[in-house]
Design a protein. Structure first.
Length: 281
């Protein structure tokens, strides 16, 4: 154990973790639950992808889920706004609540749910439209047609996504002409335009260069004062840099969930310890 403890101490001292910069709550007991997951299991056909997951997502915090490929973390993320319902032959047991509303019940109002719980995917997916129309898309679908209101919302969303200054003079140009990092921030702006309560991000930086990744991370730290953020990432350093809470998935199970600093410096489960010290994964 002495060697393992030394490895954990070494990992947490690496500059890129910047654990002292994590915006952790001062009093954990005062945290307000935004999402509550209770004994939730999920199947693709006969394959069980999630096994009795119980977890919490706290309001105005960044919650990260880490773990090796195929461990269930992205499946779990998509369950939080019922995106997995689009896949045939899936089923689930257990409950998921958005505050006091059970979103795991049969046939919720998907339009309302996905406005409340927005999602940004691993690969940026701007529409083949102008920058303006990409951001305005959700608002138009919701019935907004007043150009003055649309313009104000597009500007506000692009500013929140830290992209306004880069694109304000070329809003009519194709979004596909933007760089990869700009496209990902555009997708975040598109999600923010409909004023979600929760923002889900599935590996949002996996295809970005270090400079673009840093911009996204700075953006997330800024956004958490207005939104509740759930992040799935393979990058443990990223989880340590930006999250308040971290959960470790392995083989469809949530092995451990805790304050980010504690999970990285003093994990409760040997499997978590082995993963963060590089023994597997």
């Amino acid at each position: 154990m002495e060697l393992v403890n030394e490895e954990i101490e070494t990992v947490t001292k690496l500059p890129q973790f910047r654990l002292d910069a994590i915006g952790r709550p001062e009093v954990a007991a005062a945290e307000k639950e935004k999402i509550r997951v209770e004994k939730f299991s999920f199947w693709y056909g006969k394959t069980k992808a999630l096994d009795s997951i119980t977890s919490r997502v706290y309001e105005h915090r960044i919650t990260a889920y880490i773990g090796p490929s195929g461990c269930g973390k992205s499946t779990f993320l998509r369950c939080l706004n019922r995106m997995n319902d689009l896949i045939p032959h899936t089923r689930w047991e257990g409950k998921i609540f958005l505050e006091e509303e059970e979103i795991s019940r049969p046939k919720p109002d998907f339009t309302v749910l996905r406005r409340k719980v927005g999602m940004v995917f691993q690969k940026s997916n701007p529409f083949p439209k102008s920058i303006f129309e990409n951001v305005a898309f959700g608002l138009r679908i919701a019935g907004e047609s007043n150009m003055e209101k649309l313009s104000a919302s597009v500007e506000e969303s692009l500013k929140q996504a830290a992209l306004w200054e880069e694109v304000k003079n070329k809003l009519e140009r194709s979004a596909l002409a933007l760089s990869g990092g700009q496209q990902q921030r555009l997708c975040i702006a598109r999600a923010l335009a409909v004023h979600p309560e929760v923002l889900l991000l599935d590996e949002p930086c996996s295809q970005l260069d270090p400079i673009s990744t840093a911009k996204i991370e700075e953006l997330l730290l800024d956004l958490k004062s207005r939104y509740t953020i759930v992040l799935v990432t393979h990058n443990m350093q990223q989880a340590a840099r930006v999250s308040d809470y971290t959960g470790f998935f392995l083989l469809g199970q949530l092995v451990e969930f805790d304050d980010t600093r504690k999970l990285f410096t003093n994990p409760s489960d040997k499997r978590t310890e082995d993963y963060i010290t590089g023994r597997f994964g």
